[in-house]
Design a protein around this ligand. Structure first.
Ligand code: PEP
Length: 251
């Protein structure tokens, strides 16, 4: 049985004061709950250290939203896996569609980042998903297959144990338009089949596959009840403690 994982991607939101405020509301709101799922928050780089200190001794775990594929060096403006580990990160989101579309990240680069993260003992939350145009052309599985095949090239089944895949249809991110539970389940089942083909049945069965794209407290329950949906990657709704806690409760 796979444990559900709920991740909040704060994107470029929350300064230090807002970070303290949101985390204290989350900790208070969750203090009387016995969590049956894992909860990860991914604040911006400038809030990671503070967030790491605030969630110490709570069940909430820390992740970053991106990292560079090299260990160190002349890469102005970049952050390494070691730096993220150093401030308490356990996870890192890689290949998010905003990184792919706005910052031009390609599958090959994402593969290098995934390898570096795993080598550095950071767990990647590896995002894949098709655009609206690709869905309308019936290319969803082809796109997701390419993203996963290239993204996980030269990675062993042993390493996949420390990786989460997030299926995030680009047309559902930040749009208020969610994939139906059936649409999401269909792609999640396909991803599990693909992992079975690329690795082995046990790796596929154990893999956590999150859904992301306009997840809210009122649609989370149905999405999370699907057989192959093992959690959610949440954008907008994780910025308010009440709605993020609502989603955590649905899991
Ligand atoms: C995301 O950015 O990963 C995301 C799923 O955003 P939202 O929940 O706002 O659609």
């Amino acid at each position: 049985m796979r444990k559900k994982v709920i991740t909040g991607n704060w994107k470029m939101n929350n300064d230090l004061g807002e970070t303290q405020n949101l985390i204290s509301k989350l900790i208070n709101g969750l203090s009387n709950e016995t969590l049956s799922c894992d909860v990860i928050i991914c604040p911006p780089f400038t809030s990671l250290q503070e967030a790491g200190l605030l969630i110490k001794n709570t069940p909430i775990k820390l992740g970053a939203q991106n990292m560079h594929q090299e260990g160190n060096g002349a890469y102005t403006g970049e952050i390494s896996a070691g730096m993220l580990k150093n401030v308490g990160c356990e996870y890192v989101i890689l290949g998010h569609s905003e990184r792919r579309t706005i910052f031009g990240e390609k599958d090959e680069l994402i593969n290098l980042k995934i390898k570096k993260a795993l080598e550095s003992e950071l767990k990647p939350i590896f995002c894949v998903g098709e655009t609206l145009e690709e869905r309308e052309k019936d290319a969803t599985t082809k796109v997701v297959e390419r993203q996963i095949t290239v993204g996980l090239k030269n990675i062993s089944s042993d390493e996949i144990k420390n990786l989460i895949i997030a299926y995030e249809p680009v047309w559902a991110i930040g749009t208020g338009r969610t994939a139906t539970p059936e649409q999401a389940q269909e792609v999640h089942a396909y991803i599990r089949l693909l992992i079975n083909r690329l690795f082995d049945v046990q790796t596929a069965e154990n893999l956590v596959i999150q859904y992301g794209g306009s997840v809210k407290p009122d649609n989370a329950g149905e999405l999370l009840s699907q057989k192959d949906i093992d959690g959610a990657l949440v954008g907008g709704a994780c910025l308010k403690a009440d709605s993020f806690i609502g989603i955590i409760r649905s899991a």
